[in-house]
Design a protein. Structure first.
Length: 549
C-alpha cells in the first residue's frame, strides 16, 4: 500500500469522478506526476502537442462526464489555454493540470525555465477561463483544495485548473474520505411555483407549442427529464445545433435542428410560428440563431437556463432548470399537436451505384452519408461547412453528435475524435473534417493510429476554406495541397486509406468502412472548391439579405 501523497490523492479523486484516461504532453515539471499516473488505474494518453491534448480531453468530457489534460508549466500551460477557453465557452467539464517549478524555487524567486514575469501569472490567466483554480503549495490543505475544485467542475459543468509544483507530487497528505462530487441544486420554492403556474397558463392557451432543447440539457444531464415532459405533453421539440442529439432524433415528436435562417423551412416555420415556445438551456449565440436571423416569439416564449428563467418579460431567479422541467411535467397535461417528422433516411433507396463515374457533389455526399449512418455511429463535425451540413444529418441515438458549435476553433475535431473514441469505445466515430482545419492539428492522426482507434474519417478536400470563400473570398482562403490519403501510411499502423473522386469510388469506400469496423478508415474525398451544403447556402443568402436591409 503506497503512502498517501498529494499526487496520489488527486489521482484517486479523478478515478472516483469517472476519469479513465488522461491526455497530455510530458515536461520536466510534470514527469514525477506522470509516473504516478502510470502507476494508477488512469491510462495516460500522450498527444502530439498540448492544444491537441486539451481538445481530446474536451470531447472526452462531453461524452464521459469529466476529462483530464496534463501538461508542463509555461510553454505547456499557455499552449493548452485555447482548449481551456473553448471548454469554458461550451460548458465542458475538463480538469487542466499543470506541473510547476518547486515551491522552494518559487519562494526564492529563482528564474526557472518556462516561467514568465511572475509565478502567479499562469494561475491568474487560467482563473479567467475556468470556474475554479488552485495552486497546490501546502500538502496539509491540498486535499480540501482538490476536493473543492473537482466539485466545482462537476457541479457547474465547467473547466477547472490545478497547478501542481514538482515537490508537492510526493508530499504526504491525509487520505481521502467520502465525497459527493455534485453540490445539491435547489430552487426557491415560491419562485418555482409561481414560474410553473405562469408557464402552465401560457401553454394551456396555445395551439402550436414547441420545445427547444439546447446544450445545457445535455451538459446537466436533463435529457431523460425533458423527454418525459415531451412525451407527457405531446409537445414537439427541436434542438439548437450545439444541443443536437440532446434528445433522440428518432423520436416521433422531433422537428429538426433550429438555426434561424439556416434551418429547413418546415423547422423554421414551426419554431418561429409557435404561440408558446419553451426553450431549455439554449444559448442565443450567432451560430444557434443563424447569424442572428432568428425571429423567435419573445412575447410567447420561455427561456430557461441553469438557475434563471425568463417568462415573456418576467424573470425568476433561483429556479433550477431541472426542477422546472420536473414541475412542468407534473403540472401540464397532454397537448394535441401534429408533427411533420423528417423521413428516416435509412428507409429510402438512392441511385448510388458502384460504377457511377460522376464527381461527388456536396449535397449528394451528405444525402448518401445520411443513409450510411447507423445508431452505433457517433458523428463528430469540424467547424465550418461540415458542422452546418451535419446539423441536418439524422442522428437516431441520443448524444450521438459532437461539435464545437460556439467557440468554433478550427482544428478541434481531429484530436476531439481521439477523445471520443476512448470515451465511447462502444460507438464508432465518424469524423467530418475540412482540409483547411485538418492542416491545423493533422499530427494527431498519428495518436489515433498509435492507440488503434477505429474512426471513419472523411477528409472533405475542397482545396481551402470553402465556408470563407462563400461568405467573403480572397487569396487567404487557399491552402497548400497535401496528398492526404498517404498520411496514415506515413504515421504507421494498419489504417486503411482511400482517395475518392467519383460516386462509384465513394460507394466502394463506404463498403470498405463498413467491412472493417475495427480499423481506422481514412477517406480523402474530393469536393468542388466553390460548393457548400444547403445549410451554408441558406446562411450566405440570409447574411447578404441582412447587409442590404
Amino acid at each position: 500500500m503506497h503512502e498517501m501523497t498529494v499526487g496520489r490523492y488527486l489521482l484517486r479523486r479523478l478515478d472516483e469522478a469517472g476519469a479513465e484516461h488522461m491526455f497530455g504532453v510530458p515536461g520536466d515539471y510534470v514527469l514525477d506526476f506522470m509516473d504516478r499516473v502510470v502507476e494508477s488505474r488512469i491510462r495516460l494518453i500522450g498527444n502530439c502537442n498540448e492544444l491537441n491534448a486539451g481538445y481530446a480531453a474536451d470531447a472526452y468530457a462531453r461524452l464521459k462526464g469529466i476529462g483530464v489534460a496534463c501538461v508542463t508549466y509555461g510553454v505547456g500551460g499557455l499552449s493548452i489555454l485555447n482548449a481551456a477557453s473553448g471548454a469554458y465557452a461550451e460548458r465542458s467539464p475538463v480538469v487542466f493540470i499543470s506541473g510547476a517549478p518547486r515551491a522552494s524555487q518559487r519562494a526564492a524567486g529563482t528564474h526557472m525555465h518556462h516561467t514568465l514575469s511572475s509565478y502567479q501569472l499562469q494561475l491568474e490567466i487560467f482563473a479567467k477561463v475556468t470556474v475554479d483554480s488552485v495552486q497546490l503549495i501546502n500538502p496539509h490543505t491540498a486535499p480540501d483544495e482538490i476536493d473543492r475544485v473537482l466539485v466545482s467542475c462537476l457541479t457547474e459543468r465547467l473547466p477547472v485548473y490545478i497547478e501542481l509544483p514538482a515537490d508537492m507530487v510526493d508530499a504526504p497528505c491525509r487520505a481521502p474520505t467520502s465525497l459527493d462530487f455534485h453540490r445539491p441544486r435547489g430552487s426557491h420554492g415560491p419562485a418555482l411555483d409561481e414560474c410553473t403556474a405562469e408557464i402552465a397558463a401560457m401553454i394551456d392557451d396555445t395551439r402550436r407549442p414547441v420545445i427547444l432543447a439546447g446544450v445545457e440539457v445535455h451538459r446537466f444531464g436533463l435529457r431523460d427529464a425533458l423527454l418525459r415532459l415531451v412525451e407527457k405533453t405531446g409537445i414537439p421539440f427541436a434542438t439548437t445545433i450545439d444541443g443536437k442529439s440532446a434528445l433522440p432524433e428518432s423520436h416521433p415528436l422531433f422537428l429538426g435542428v433550429y438555426m434561424g435562417a439556416l434551418s429547413r423551412d418546415t423547422v423554421r416555420d414551426r419554431v418561429e410560428g409557435s404561440d408558446g415556445l419553451l426553450s431549455f438551456g439554449a444559448m442565443s449565440t450567432d451560430i444557434n440563431t443563424g447569424g442572428f436571423t432568428a425571429r423567435l416569439p419573445e412575447q410567447r416564449m420561455v427561456r430557461a437556463h441553469k438557475d434563471r428563467v425568463r417568462v415573456r418579460s418576467h424573470f425568476y431567479d433561483r429556479v433550477w432548470m431541472g426542477d422546472l422541467i420536473e414541475s412542468l411535467a407534473a403540472e401540464l397535461g397532454p397537448h394535441s399537436c401534429t408533427v411533420d417528422h423528417p423521413e428516416d433516411p435509412h428507409s429510402a433507396r438512392g441511385d448510388y451505384l458502384a460504377d457511377i463515374p460522376a464527381p461527388v457533389r456536396v449535397k449528394r455526399f451528405y444525402d448518401r452519408l445520411n443513409r450510411f449512418l447507423h445508431p452505433e455511429y457517433l458523428v463528430l463535425a469540424e467547424t465550418g461547412d461540415a458542422m452546418f451540413a451535419a446539423a441536418e444529418l439524422y442522428i437516431g441515438n441520443p448524444e450521438g453528435f459532437v461539435s464545437q458549435a460556439y467557440y468554433l476553433s478550427i482544428g478541434y475535431a481531429l484530436p476531439a475524435t481521439l477523445g471520443a473514441c476512448l470515451a465511447r469505445p462502444d460507438k464508432r466515430v465518424v469524423l467530418l473534417q475540412g482540409d483547411g482545419s485538418f492542416q491545423v492539428t493533422a499530427q494527431e492522426l498519428s495518436t489515433l493510429v498509435r492507440h488503434h482507434c477505429n474512426p471513419v474519417i472523411f477528409l472533405l478536400n475542397n482545396d481551402g476554406y470553402v465556408i470563407e470563400r462563400l461568405i467573403h473570398d480572397g487569396p487567404y482562403n487557399n491552402i497548400q495541397r497535401w496528398r492526404y490519403h498517404e498520411l496514415p501510411d506515413a504515421f504507421g499502423g494498419d489504417a486503411l486509406s482511400l482517395e475518392v473522386k467519383t460516386e462509384g469510388e465513394l460507394e466502394a469506400a463506404l463498403e470498405v468502412a463498413e467491412g472493417n469496423p475495427e480499423r481506422l478508415v481514412f477517406i480523402n474525398l474530393h469536393l468542388p472548391p466553390d460548393e457548400g451544403s444547403a445549410a451554408l447556402e441558406r446562411l450566405c443568402t440570409a447574411l447578404r439579405r441582412l447587409q442590404t436591409e
